[in-house]
Structure formats: structure tokens, C-alpha cells
Write a protein that binds this ligand. Sequence first.
Ligand code: ADP
Ligand code: MG
Length: 608
Amino acid sequence: MAWWIRLRAMPLWIVPLVLAILILLLPLLGVPYAIERQIQLTMILALVVSGLNLSLGYAGELALGQAAMYAAGAYTAGLLSVAGNTDILFQLAAAAVVALAVGLLTGIPGLRLGGWSLAMTSFFLILLLPDVLSIFKDITGGRNGLTGIMPPTLFGMPLNGDAYYWVIGIVVILWFAVMRNIIVSRHGTAFRVLKQSPVLASSLGISVFRMKLLAYALGAVPAGLAGALFANLDLYISPESFAFGFATTVLAASILGGSASVYGAVVGAAILQFGLNQSREFQEYSLLFTGAFLIIGGVLLTGGLAGLFRSFVRRMDLRAAAAKGTADVTTMPGHAFVELDGFEGKRLAVENIVKSFGGNRALGGVTLAAEPGRVTALIGPNGSGKTTLLNMVCGFYRTDEGSITLDGVRLDGSTPTKVARAGVARTFQTPNIPEGISVLDAVIAGRYFSSRASVLSAVLRLPSFRRTRQADRTEAERVLELVGLSDLRDAEAAALPLGQRRMLEVARCLISQPGVLLLDEVASGLDEDEVDRLAAVIRKVAGAGGTVVLVEHNFQLVLSLADEIYALAHGEVMAHGTPAEIESDPRVLSEYLGVDTDELVAQNTEAN
Ligand code: ADP
Ligand code: MG
């Protein structure tokens, strides 16, 4: 296994770098023209696929509009050329802008409507395309295609043969560098948060609509560039090239290569490009073959070829670790000396909240307050409305009656994103952790809205991006240390066992230094050590001035942690007081906890 360890010690960017050099050297190796052309088409296809990957693979939005953006780019470049403007850089820029406009124009209504709307609107866009081109046939040439495209130039120099090949190669290499930079940045993480669940995204203060639009619009750029490159390749374009078949090819390449991967687009594009053009039979039945690729990619290979590759790497890593005799990394006890500061707890006041789901009155006029520097616990049997109350605070449900305020500022009526930005952070009863990112990045996602670094700074790796990235990491390391997950910082977050995923959610909340921390049954599924660590963390947060709302079933834990306890039953506060008062309240013991008073007394004596 030594060779594997040595291989893994190499920096990861070696692979794309070698591939990039190979691509650029190819014309010098004397490859036949037919192959060189296939490679050019592969690169163009890879650009379009990469755009789809951004929205489908990373942001989780099925958008088929890439073919239309590609067409927009191609016709922009083609028409510019016909009009005498043959400069390739100008054409590329114009094509990207027009494709972006098409993306925004079609994306905004589709995304506003939510659900499957974008998939549908973008699908219609593709079907409409030939007709739109026909309507403007005086300019576009309609179904006959656009002729008269002049050979491209660069600063007045004609680009022919190999020179044009290099233009395509460089554009593709640059785009993939941009794509990679976006994906490893906080925005890439935010995309995956969104893909995991819009509820999670908004609870982290990430605007679902803006994020989806960003992914869709960014995806328009490579499609537009690809269109311009394509128009200058054959100096002829027709609606056929952008029809439904092309959209399916793009989708199949994305899924086969692995839509949640950067370089999977190249692999998927190569397989489809070379596969479909093998023979005339292939071309005749291309839609059928594309369908087959789609099914192979979608059903047999979850995560596509990139997913297959990743699991191979993981297996080899495990084998190498086993061979070296290093045990599996496990959690270390949380370091007690990590200090929390900077918590500015806010007072959460819920007044007379009423919420019904149909005829089911989940909350019937609940009033409670959580003060900074204190742990306020919420107990009650299943179905008593605890989670519903948290969801109301977070803005996921509208209140029927009553008000929710944070330091006197109304929260009810705000969107979940706004509530999160106002300083409310929460964990989920079922941990909500995005797939495909490390523990460290999962924690950093909690800071998305509070520290700013634009997409542009991420793409260009500006100093501001590096600074933010460094600050994010430092903060994440600190909270991970606090919850005892430091050693797992590079592990795949979603693959952790339940207890650690819960602790990870706590860390993700803490990194934003929330004004109010809402914990929903965060101790369930934790082992004894983890419960102790969690209790220590909660004490620290309250000690540092944070406001903690603890929804919990573990009565002993609640008694030991809470400053104030509210006992809910059937959506109403039935008891409220200090742990001592609640502990001795016979109604609480029998009604809410379903415990016999005698039994609990016996338990207590035993525990002491
Ligand atoms: P708890 O967290 O205390 O176990 P919940 O807040 O989850 O209780 O549920 C309280 C009541 O509200 C239950 O009767 C539940 O069925 C109902 N409820 C919660 N969320 C919804 C929803 N989205 N739609 C319909 N009913 C709901
Ligand atoms: Mg619940």
C-alpha cells in the first residue's frame, strides 16, 4: 500500500494540471483531424455540462435550460460575426452576457414559483427554441440555419486550425479553474446545503431563492461560452444543434460523470461525445443510447463515475490506514479550556402563540420567555408542540395569533432566512447535514451569512477571500474542539454516527454566535460521554451570556442544566418554574413525563 500513500501525498491539483497540459499539447502530437474535432466538441460539451452540474449537482435544482443558453451564446457570436465582428474575445464576452440574461429571464419566474417550475419552464424553453429562431428567421436564418459566419480572429489575427483549438482549450481550462474555486468556496458549500434541504439553508440564513438563482445564472456563463466556441468551429449553426436531443445529451453526461463533481463533466462529456459518434447506427439511435447512459448513470451509479471514483479512493485510504496500523480516528474528549466569548444573548419572548394545523390545535396560546445567560428548558410528551414552537420562532410556520419578539423586535411574519440573520440558530430533531462536504465545511456553513466574501473574490482567490477562509477555519476549529470533533474535521460530515452529527449541528450553531440557540432533543442518541460534553457546552454558552432554549426528553439532564423549565402538554404551558419547582410538581411528574411519583423518587435515590 506504500505506493497508494505516496500517491495520496501528492497535491490534488496535479491531476487537472496534467490533463490541462495534455489537452494543450495534443495538436503538436499529430492527432488525426477527426479526433481533434471530437476533442473540441467534447470540450464544448463539457462546458455546458459543467453549467448544469452547478444547478443540478450542487444546488439540487433540475434545470434543463442549458441548451437554450448555449443557443443564445452561439447565435450571439454568430450574428456578431456576420455583422463583421469576428474578435473571439468580444464574442465570448457578449455570448456569456446574453446567456446570463437568458438564464436570469427564465430562472427568476421558474425559481419564484418553486418546486418543479424551473424544470418545467426550462423544458419548455428548449421545445420553444426552434420556433423562436424561426420567428426571427430574417436574422437567424430560421430552420435553414445561420450562414455567413466569418472565421474568428484574435486582436486582428486569424485563428485557424490549431490556433482555434488552443482558444477552446484555454477557455475550458479557465472555466474549470473558476468552477473549482466556486465549489471549494463557501458558496459551493452553500449550494450543497441548499441541495440537502431548503429548510436547512434558510435556517442558516441562506436565501434559498438567491442561491438557486446564483447557481442557475452562473451555470449560464459556461453554456454561453460554449455556444460562442461552437459557432466559430463550423462557422454554421442551425436550430437542430440545440434541440431536445442536445438537452438530453447534456443531462446524460452530467449524471453519468457525476453531477456533484467538477471534473465529472469532462468525463461524462467525453463518453457521450465519443460514444455517440462511433458509428452511423449510434447516431441514428442516439436518443436511445443517451437514455441508456442516463439510466446507467442515474440508477446503477449513484453519484456517477465521480461517485464511483470517490468511493474507490475512500476504500483505498481505509486499506492503507489499516495496513499502516493506524486505528480509526475517533473523537477526543472536548477540551475544557476552549473559551466561548462574544455571545450577546437576546431575550426571546413568545406571547400567546396559537397555531392549528387543520383542526389540530398544536399550540393553544403559549407564553414563555428565554433570557440571556440562562438555559430555558421546554419539556413535555411527544406531540405536545415543542418542535412546532421552535418552528414558529424560526419562521417556518405563520402564527395564527400572538407575537414572537427578539429583544423587543417582532420576529413573527419574518422569513426563516431573516429570523436566522436576526440571530436565531437551531439544531434539528433529525440532524440535517449536507452530503459531500467535510465536517469543517459543514460547520463553516453556519457562518455563511455573517461573514462576507463574494463569488468574484472566491473565483479570483482575492486576499479578501483568503482572509475570510482563514477566519472561517479558525472559528470552525475552535467550536469543533469545544464539541470534541476536532479530530474528525476532514471526515465526511453526513457519514458520522448520530451522536456526532448532533454535536456537529451544535458546533454549526455556535460558529455564528447566535443571539438565541434553540436545541431540539439534542441529547437523544448521544452516549454518556457525549451527553456530559453537551451539558458542558450548554453551560458554557449560557455562562458566556448566550440565550439557550433546550427542548429535551432527558429529564435528569434538564434538571441539571435548566435555570427555568416550561412544561408543555397538548400545546399549552401546564407548569413553569425552577427545576426544583418542576421536579416536585406532581402534575408534571404524572401527566407530562408519564412517571409515577414514587418511581422517580426511587430513581433519584438510586442515582445518588
Ligand atoms: P413535539 O415536538 O412536542 O413532539 P410537535 O411540535 O412535533 O410535538 O407536534 C405537535 C402537534 O402538531 C402534533 O399533533 C403534530 O402532529 C402536529 N404537527 C406538527 N407539525 C405539523 C405539520 N407540519 N402539519 C400538521 N400537523 C403538524
Ligand atoms: Mg419534537
